[in-house]
Design a protein around this ligand. Sequence first.
Ligand SMILES: Cc1cc2nc3c(=O)[nH]c(=O)nc-3n(C[C@H](O)[C@H](O)[C@H](O)COP(=O)(O)OP(=O)(O)OC[C@H]3O[C@@H](n4cnc5c(N)ncnc54)[C@H](O)[C@@H]3O)c2cc1C
Length: 431
Amino acid sequence: MAWDFETEPEFQEKLDWMRRFIDETLIPLEPMVEERSAEDWAPLKRWLQQQVKEQGLWACHLDPELGGPGYGQMKLALMHELIGRSPYSMEIFGNQAPDSGNMELLASGANEEQKQRWLWPNLEGSKRSAFALTEPFAAGADPTRLNTTATRDGDDWVIDGHKWFCTNGSFADFIIVMAETNPEGRPYQHASMFVVDQGTPGMNIVRDIPTMHHVDPEFGRLGNHAEIRFEACRVGPEHLIGSPGDGFVLAQKRLGGGRLHHAMRFIGLAQRALDILCERAVSRESHGRPLAKHQMIQDFVATSKMEIEGARLITFQAAWKMDKIGGRAARADISMAKACASKMLLAVLDRAIQVCGALGYSGDLPLEGWYRTHRFAPIGDGPDEIHKIVVARAELGRFQPVEGWPSEHIPTRHEPARRLFEELLVQAKGA
Ligand SMILES: Cc1cc2nc3c(=O)[nH]c(=O)nc-3n(C[C@H](O)[C@H](O)[C@H](O)COP(=O)(O)OP(=O)(O)OC[C@H]3O[C@@H](n4cnc5c(N)ncnc54)[C@H](O)[C@@H]3O)c2cc1C
């Protein structure tokens, strides 16, 4: 087995182009993203997206049958590390959540007619999507229990329930909704997914929820999180994806790779925050010397770098395993990567804010905005506590209870060790 930390030269060229494009074009435009209206921004966004398409770097997470390059997770991880450097570059590279995951879900579960209606327009960017699973009165961490139901009425399905935190729900052209279709069914076969078009009677978007990111959200803007009430919302049978009870299998399609891409973007952003920290540390003086000469600041730098590299290697390993043995077998590695990267990002951002002092806390630097936006990281995409349970179970699963613990595997007792030593000594002398 080869251990190799090198990138193929042809692929490195693509990464180099991405790095230049992100650092020299996207990052300098960042302050304008919130300032200008969506209408002002639209033609510029299309032009930037076109440059990405011309490089063959658009929506690279997609399989070749959907026009993607079929890169595999390892290459995607390297790309997402760069995409993470600027939070709005996901939009420019065609892998903005939740569209990216929804495309994968539709690609694997939708029939041809459904693909024509929702997948292809979503892929080319003419229709935007959202995903509604989480509910205010049921734990999102345990999606085996949903209060939203879809019941059959003739050929139709009638959806009733209450969803929230549906990212882009007020902006999207269609929403993929997870609802109970067989509450008595087995834990992972009782829910189904439906595509509901914006404007369908009975799908009522109540509001965009104020959050740490947008305290006073403007209704209908990209990136908001909607609260939605489904009140006798009727859809035809052609809106069901797959078969009744397929909801969980389909939900998994959105996750594995997507979680690693999130983790790599967190790593890319953390490195950018550390760059800001370091630049400040070498430029500003306090108590007669640059901040960088104070050991506590050096500790901030060293700890941040070690955490970034640790999370980076864990995530690369998870990506590598996904390519080699598949997402199911790499499940604990994916969970470990996600939980490590989200914890690391907030810690690094916090240190960067601290070292930048009042300026770090201000809106004049992007750090406070990144912190507010990314505080969701340990909550969204499965709370980190759930990911840690997956990791702990995989680790504990290697062990059986031992009678009279500690066992001989833990050499705490002298007698067995002495016996083994004497035995091996006899063998060594005879050899
Ligand atoms: C910015 C943002 C965007 C989001 N976008 C979407 C979206 O587009 N679509 C969508 O459907 N959802 C979305 N969500 C919701 C997200 O997926 C849920 O918040 C998440 O799954 C947790 O569900 P919950 O909020 O109901 O919290 P709960 O399930 O109530 O969990 C709350 C906390 O309880 C603890 N906990 C729960 N179970 C356990 C356990 N077994 N062991 C130990 N601790 C536990 C954890 O600390 C957890 O954070 C988004 C959330 C955020 C913040």
